[in-house]
Design a protein around this ligand. Structure first.
Ligand code: TYC
Length: 115
């Protein structure tokens, strides 16, 4: 039953309704966010540059110009973080990229690690 505010006037137990039964301990409000995971692409010698750009556009929603920049960063540096996500989303991205690459017979590798 939901009571209208007027009906809750009798506060004989002096509770404020927040469920802490009046404990006067200093506690941090529990607002912990879920851990985030970096999703990374790794360089290799065989995957065509245009395929990597397509992967970034298709699975990470990155525009063509920025996708090209990120691809070139991976090409030059060996790897780059392409996005940061909660665990299940990161895991899905990695699977999607690995499946897509495998289906096109490219050795492109995508991995994730806790931030
Ligand atoms: N090094 C590849 C080439 O020269 C291009 C490439 C870029 C491959 C990024 C993988 O994650 C990668 N064709």
């Amino acid at each position: 039953m939901i009571l209208a505010p007027q009906m809750m006037a009798d506060n004989g137990d002096r509770s404020d309704g927040d469920g802490d039964a009046g404990l006067a301990l200093k506690t941090k409000p529990k607002t912990k966010r879920p851990p985030l995971y970096k999703v990374m692409l790794l360089n290799d010698d065989y995957t065509p540059m245009e395929f990597v750009v397509l992967v970034l556009e298709r699975f990470f929603g990155i525009g063509h110009a920025q996708a090209t920049e990120i691809m070139l960063t991976v090409h030059k540096k060996g790897l780059a973080v392409v996005g940061v996500f909660p665990f299940e989303i990161a895991e899905t991205k990695v699977q999607q990229v690995m499946d897509f690459s495998r289906r096109h017979q490219h050795p492109l590798q995508c991995t994730m690690e806790k931030e």
